[in-house]
Design a protein around this ligand. Sequence first.
Ligand SMILES: Nc1nc2c(ncn2[C@@H]2O[C@H](COP(=O)(O)OP(=O)(O)O)[C@@H](O)[C@H]2O)c(=O)[nH]1
Ligand SMILES: [Mg+2]
Length: 638
Amino acid sequence: MRYLIVGTAGHIDHGKSALVRALTGIDPDRLDEEKERGITIDLGFAHLDLGEGVRLGFIDVPGHERFVRNMLAGVGGIDLVVLVVAADESIKPQTREHFDICKLLGIRQGLVVITKTDLVDQDIIDLVRLEIQEFVRGSFLERAPLLPVSAKTGEGLELLKAELRRLALEAAPKPEDLPFRLPIDRAFVMKGFGTVVTGTLLSGRIEKDSEVEIYPVGRRVRVRGIEVHNAAAQTALAGQRTAVNLPGLEAKEISRGMVLAPPGLFQPTARLDCRLNLLPDARPVKNRARVHFHCNTSETIAELVFFDRKELAPGSSALAQLRLSAPGVFMPGDRFIIRQFSPVTTIGGGSVIDNQPPPHRFRDSSVVPLLESLEKGDAQARLEWLVRQTGEAPPSVLVSRTGWLPPEVLRLGRGLAAANRLLLLGQPPELFVHAEYFRDLAQRVIEQLEKFHAQNPLVVGLPKEDLRSRTGASRSSHAVAPSALLFNALLQALATQGRVDLQGETVRLAGRAIHLTPEEQVAKEQISAAFERRGLAVPSPPEVLAKLQIDRLRAEKLLQILLRENVLCKVTEELVFHRSALRQLKELLVRRRAQSSRINVALFKEITGLSRKYAIPLLEYLDRERVTRREGDERIIL
Ligand SMILES: Nc1nc2c(ncn2[C@@H]2O[C@H](COP(=O)(O)OP(=O)(O)O)[C@@H](O)[C@H]2O)c(=O)[nH]1
Ligand SMILES: [Mg+2]
């Protein structure tokens, strides 16, 4: 079964709605106001079974220039366009605007219908035919069928159906192997039934009873029912006109432009890097111009920022960033339309290249070529480019940035890993890392360590976390520290290569030892001696350091070295003892145990000759060292 969406296009009153009704038997003008005034205001829907496995959904659009924004909400999902031109009026302004929109949206197939042929003579029809041929020259409709019909007499309708069937069988089907995406074009409440949303399913499939998320508001709901072309269904497939019943929602929570998609899979964004094409008859567009942005069924205001120019000339094309005033879910490849801010006319359109661009340095000359490679590359090249752009990325981010299913992202990632372009860290892969970034980071780690050792000859190494924050990304335009997962893998790799030594949380260059100057050597011995000489009644460290010939900072470092070498031992923040004094104290207690295994503070003070200031911290130290164990006011010597 082939499901395709046919959209009408053309000037008001040229017979679009009448044609849909004549073909399908369904009146697409469903609103009371539309029926009363005889004009189409909002989108209308109908469907037609053409046999041979072809089912068409029709989206009838309003032709009035005031309702182009409604037209834009419908035209995003169409596969085939029926450009309608009335025989008695020929080409009019919205014929042009609608056709421009179809071209900008990259619609590839369709046909032209000359309607109301019953109102004119054959030579007028021939004249209109010539005008249309001129009008579509060089476009995707250049070689398309051009069919005269009358919705009133039915003349030409059978031929039109045959051509639609032929085109439908030729058309490329919408992708089913992507996550589902249903841009909402209508939301309403049905009494006793709850909220219903409708749209054209752009990709994937929606199952009844499955959970969906409403983007960008983040509401999650279970699908209670599905209708495809007005018949209840278990599943809706890509390309089908779909109605979804969502229980427990207020109609006002949901509106045109929101998107139904798998829960948690996508990330709404308000910034898009894109290719932008300006229509030949538009006015030049300045950098930072505000425009109306229409994509799928959504509409918002956007600011245009160019990378390489101050202004875009009519008829030309450029890369640009769009900054949206409201976030939405957009995928690379999505087509959009821009309309001038005021007066509102269609001036251009384009396609999304990057839906989550990192902050660029806008004058950075590498941005444009990189975006161009992302625009042109195949799936694997694009995935690699996205990872390269930020250096590292979890698969979930890549799903959201590509719009592909997680297994597909993983499959392509594994291919790139096999080609040594990426590293996949974690099991199952939690992180994709670009191989060049990994090498750059390794280089930076070594450089940072060299710099650190040069500046701190008296320190063994750098704490891991400090080193990580000093190793910001060099590839990307913004310096972000590598993630802990990546950084640990990096250090492991460097350790395996014998380039760094890891000692707990400290990292140093392999083989790097501390080199003391003769002056420092002397000072170090003086510190050690100063503590040793005083036994347990030690001086305070600042007092010792103040007496040295070298500067305070280096003296502090020497003290640290002595502590690390276990020559000195820190018992509290203020009290540092020489190892030998502590050893003697322990021996004293062991001897004491021969007499009695119990000792209290007073006795401890007596046998050591120490004041309370030293006695209490030392006893607590002995407890920690399991030389003694506290029991009430006393201690047991163990
Ligand atoms: N005589 C004649 N009138 C038509 C034909 N198609 C549409 N009309 C009339 O033209 C008017 C506009 O038609 P409608 O379908 O609403 O145009 P739309 O604005 O393009 O949707 C209506 O009064 C229709 O009855 C046709 O083939 N022959
Ligand atoms: Mg109409």
